[in-house]
Design a protein around this ligand. Structure first.
Ligand code: SGN
Ligand code: CA
Length: 541
């Protein structure tokens, strides 16, 4: 009988067998790793881009300001990343959306303000993803006139949209839904996810809320949620705007410019308060059906009675206005947070969480009383910054915090990178992908800002500027022609304009140079500013 072991042993020693075995395992592992990498690169993650309108980062609990509680939005950052320095390039609605779609600054995509038309014929990230095999959908607010291009399905609010029983445009056809806009937008997104998309194809869904945009009309279930809260005025609420002439010219003061009927909801039936916006606001309330109006009146009538019985004045009146503003603003956010929760839940239940990049952001930030303001537009932190939270379990570690200077210009190239599309050179943003995986990756050291809508609502002068990690330099170049400079380390509230301060001469010089370099880098110039202005003034005639 042949002794197999023995005969085997005669040709190979034990250690040789082990080496062969080990090598075989190594070769197998290496080849399977290669396969894994191939598969990983071939994965086309879904993209769920959630954008709200005018949502201040101060009003997201994950940012730590303690004003409200947004557990669902927080969840995105908790299971992924929170950007601590996320900015827009132009703090106003339609331009911000144009930047997001094109990956280019306003002066190049052409949508410099809310008034000029947006050219849908240019390439955009949705068109590019569509060509790469994605199905694309746009639901909710977009605020860019014309027919959206690049979407297999769209169902959008015309213009600013309405809170109650809103009109929508579904693939070019007008329609109206019954109910509250935030819930409707969420239901449409869920319906698309469940019934309208091809389940085996990757998707990019833009799920865009109207809330919390002015005039901050809450959903009935949240009436009164913050009514017992006395909000603390921000430290610089009573700003005197010294050394900042553009800020002094603002028309967005909580004290002076909020309309008592339209913004603060004192639509008294006796019509005692006859304000500029009364009719406009009445038309919004008139959209409600019997039941909605009864609920609305039951809540606001009490507040109106209380207000009328108090005859407030001076700082008491100002505090009352601030509370009223904050109460309604924050209440509308509660519905947005619910919507986000419903969508995240859908992903969980349909095995989509792992393979879907979820982004939460706003078209810009907003003032919640800082400098005494509501609205946005200025390059000061509260409106220049915007919330940015991203979750993608495959590549982002839970609990990541990123301090790099990122901008809404980076969204388009990021999505293209994840979709495996080469980013063309005319795209000005940078993919965030490496930064998401390794927070210490090389990144830009400064960001560029422009604002054009002047003369216009809220009276914010045209300006452009640069922000580095520590400093900010701004040029108000039209009507007013002067500079502002801030040291954000010592003055995050931007109260102290350091321009021409002898102690900062060198810094001022280097910021000027850096700003000029950025203007060249992004292809912007004084001549272009002048062109935009001329066009704006011509259109206004
Ligand atoms: C409306 C608002 C403004 C707001 C702009 C732009 N006025 O015009 O307060 O600044 O939208 O907002 S309102 O009387 O119509 O409410 S943006 O977010 O669309 O840019
Ligand atoms: Ca906005």
């Amino acid at each position: 009988m042949v002794n197999k072991t023995k005969s085997y042993n005669t040709s190979l020693y034990d250690w040789q067998i082990y080496v062969i075995l080990a090598l075989t395992i190594l070769v197998f592992l290496a080849s399977s790793c290669k396969d894994f990498n191939l598969k990983r690169d071939a994965i086309k993650p879904n993209i769920l881009f959630i954008m709200s309108d005018d949502h201040a980062y101060q009003a997201i609990s994950a940012y730590g300001h303690n004003l409200n509680h947004t557990p669902n939005i927080d969840r995105i950052g908790g299971e992924g990343v929170i950007f601590l320095k996320g900015f827009v390039t132009n703090s106003i609605c339609a331009p911000s959306r144009a930047v997001m779609l094109t990956g280019m600054h306003s002066h190049l995509n052409g949508k410099v303000d809310n008034l000029q038309p947006f050219d849908w014929n240019q390439d955009n990230v949705a068109k590019r993803l569509q060509r790469a095999g994605y199905q694309t959908a746009l639901i909710g607010k977009i605020h860019l006139q014309g027919q959206p291009q690049g979407f297999d399905y769209y169902n959008i609010l015309p213009g600013q949209g309405q809170y109650y029983n809103p009109d929508f445009i579904i693939n070019g056809r007008d329609t109206q839904y019954h109910g509250y806009v935030t819930q409707i937008t969420t239901d449409l997104a869920l319906e698309w996810l469940e019934d309208k998309r091809q389940h085996e194809q990757p998707f990019m869904l833009l799920y865009h809320h109207k809330a919390p945009h002015r005039p901050w009309m809450p959903e009935p279930k949240y009436f009164g949620l913050f009514d017992s809260v006395d909000f603390t005025l921000p430290a610089n609420f009573y700003d005197d705007y010294q050394g900042r002439p553009a800020a002094a010219l603002h028309e967005m003061g909580i004290d002076q410019h909020l309309d008592i009927v339209y913004d603060l909801k004192m639509l008294d039936r006796s019509e005692l308060f006859q304000t500029r916006y009364r009719k406009y606001f009445q038309s919004m309330v008139d959209r409600m059906d019997e039941e909605q109006r009864t609920q609305w009146n039951a809540h606001y009538d009490l507040l109106i009675q209380e207000f009328q019985s108090q005859t407030l004045s001076g700082k008491e009146l100002t505090q009352w206005k601030y509370n009223r503003y904050m109460q309604d603003y924050l209440s509308t956010i509660q519905s947005v947070d619910d919507g986000v929760g419903q969508i995240l839940e859908y992903l969980d239940q349909n095995n989509l969480t792992e393979n879907t990049i979820v982004i939460y952001t706003s078209d810009q930030g907003f003032y919640l009383g800082e400098h005494g303001w509501f609205d946005k537009r200025f390059m000061y932190e509260e409106s220049f910054r915007t919330p940015m939270l991203i979750r993608y379990p495959r590549e982002i570690r839970p609990g990541t915090r990123i301090d790099a200077l990122v901008q809404n210009i980076d969204f388009a190239p990021t999505f293209m990178d994840f979709a495996g599309i080469e980013v063309p050179p005319n795209i000005q943003g940078q993919s965030l992908r490496n930064l998401l995986r390794d927070t210490s990756s090389q990144w830009r050291q400064s960001i560029y800002y422009t604002y054009y809508e002047y003369p216009g609502e809220h009276n914010v002068n045209r300006h452009y500027g640069i922000r580095t990690d520590r400093y900010k330099l701004i040029h108000f170049y039209y009507d007013l022609d002067y500079w502002e400079m801030y040291d954000l380390k010592s003055d995050l509230n931007e109260m102290n304009n350091l321009y021409n301060d002898p102690a900062y001469v060198q810094i001022q010089k280097s910021l000027h140079q850096a700003l000029q370099d950025l203007r060249v880098h992004y292809g912007d110039s004084d001549a272009q500013d002048q062109q935009h202005l001329n066009r704006f003034l011509m259109d206004k005639k």
